[in-house]
Design a protein around this ligand. Structure first.
Ligand SMILES: [Zn+2]
Length: 97
């Protein structure tokens, strides 16, 4: 009798404990799934890429600011597509044309 009770108690405890572990595993999985969904929705947000374009007055080309050669003169920044254009600007401004 007491052996059967012991076995039943063991089975009962086993189910309770495994139930708790299953619940923890389930809530963790649910949390991870929610997080993944949030990350995915964040990833799907339209990324507004702002490329600032600058104008090279020497050759007339337009190029991204990040790729431009910069020259600051009289507090104004001038942008150029190449080192050659930058040098041409410097030469042109020496003679003040
Ligand atoms: Zn140029």
């Amino acid at each position: 009798m007491s052996v059967i009770e012991g076995v039943l108690n063991f089975i009962l405890i086993y189910f309770i404990v495994s139930g708790i572990f299953n619940y923890i595993a389930y809530s963790r999985a649910k949390k991870a799934a929610n997080q993944a969904e949030q990350e995915l929705s964040a990833f799907n947000l339209p990324v507004k890429e702002e490329i600032e374009l600058v104008h090279d007055h020497i050759c007339g080309s337009t190029l991204p600011k990040s790729e431009a050669y910069v020259l600051a003169k009289d507090g104004i920044r001038h942008y150029f597509c190449s080192w050659a254009c930058r040098n041409k600007f410097i030469e042109d401004n020496k003679c003040k044309c």
